[in-house]
Design a protein around this ligand. Structure first.
Ligand SMILES: O=C(O)CCC(=O)C(=O)O
Length: 286
């Protein structure tokens, strides 16, 4: 309803007024919606159990990306791998993904996996994201990806881009080892600071990116997590490195005014029954 009203207001304005209207909304998101609370960050940091939490959280804040090596131990990794394998085996054929030697497990299949639905609430994973945002967050997207070795031409997310959402954090759980020269996600450290008023074009030029020097690389052993702000200039790197399996979650704060949240990802029904009030808010369950 609010969205429809916004669209009616926007389409009834003259071009200059429409530009101003969009600018003011984007500026609100910059100054209010995206602004972190320092006291909230402090509170989150005091609750953390992860050794070296503040170091990882501050690296993420400064660079727009960080890897926490060995976040998940061997037992939980084995469970996640088995579940991922099940999801890959039962994934519907996607001809385009198949041609790129990849498998994409869509957000729509989240409701089939109790394990990955539960992992959304992994306390220190969430705390790193909440610290970065400096306020409560909500789930904006999720899914899994398998990349088989493949030296591909740049296309899709295998080229420099930002995600066109402004501030958004994506956590990748590494279900396989991701070596430095393997199929890692690359990003330009610090590029998350840029406020992109115009998000209609999200593709970025390779030559412009190379001016910033060597890109950072999300590499680490299986069980690690990598976190990046997808407002960073980033890309997947497809090459002949080993198969890469990841599960990811994207988070934003609730109630942006200039860019909509994605449709609500639906959790597994058994997990929904277990949730407390805060977890329901994170999962956007009314
Ligand atoms: O899978 C990756 O390495 C990066 C994915 C990506 O760039 C994206 O989803 O926007």
């Amino acid at each position: 309803m609010i969205m429809e009203l916004r669209n009616i207001v926007s389409s009834s304005l003259k071009p200059a007024a429409r530009r101003a209207y969009h600018y003011v909304r984007a500026e609100y998101d910059r100054q209010v919606y995206e602004r972190p609370s320092i006291s909230y960050r402090r509170r989150i940091a005091t609750q953390a159990d992860l050794q070296g939490f503040l170091g990882f959280a501050e690296a993420l804040r400064a660079n727009g990306g960080v890897v926490v090596p060995g976040f998940f131990g061997p037992d939980r990794l084995a469970e996640m791998r088995a579940e991922f394998e099940r999801l890959v085996k039962t994934n519907p054929l996607n001809v385009e993904a198949d041609a790129e030697k990849s498998v994409h497990i869509a957000t729509a299949r989240f409701s089939e996996t109790a394990l990955f639905s539960r992992l959304l609430f992994e306390p220190d994973l969430l705390r790193l994201v909440q610290y970065y945002w400096g306020k409560p967050v909500v789930l904006n997207g999720t899914g899994g990806t398998r990349y088989e070795p493949a030296d591909l031409q740049d296309s899709g997310s295998n080229q420099w881009h930002h995600d066109g959402k402004r501030k958004q954090v994506r956590v990748f759980i590494f279900l396989s080892d991701v070596p430095e020269h393997g199929q890692c996600t690359k990003y330009i450290a610090g590029s998350h600071q840029q406020y992109r008023y115009d998000i209609s074009h999200s593709r970025l030029k390779e030559a412009d990116m190379l001016q910033f020097g060597k890109p950072a690389c999300c590499a680490g052993p299986a069980g690690s997590i990598a976190i990046i702000d997808t407002n960073c200039a980033h890309r997947a790197d497809r090459n002949t490195g080993p198969r890469r399996d990841t599960w990811n979650y994207s988070f934003r704060a609730p109630d942006p005014v200039s860019t909509d949240l994605n449709p609500v990802p639906i959790l597994h029904p058994d997990v929904v029954k277990e949730l407390n009030e805060e977890q329901r808010r994170i999962a956007r369950i009314a």
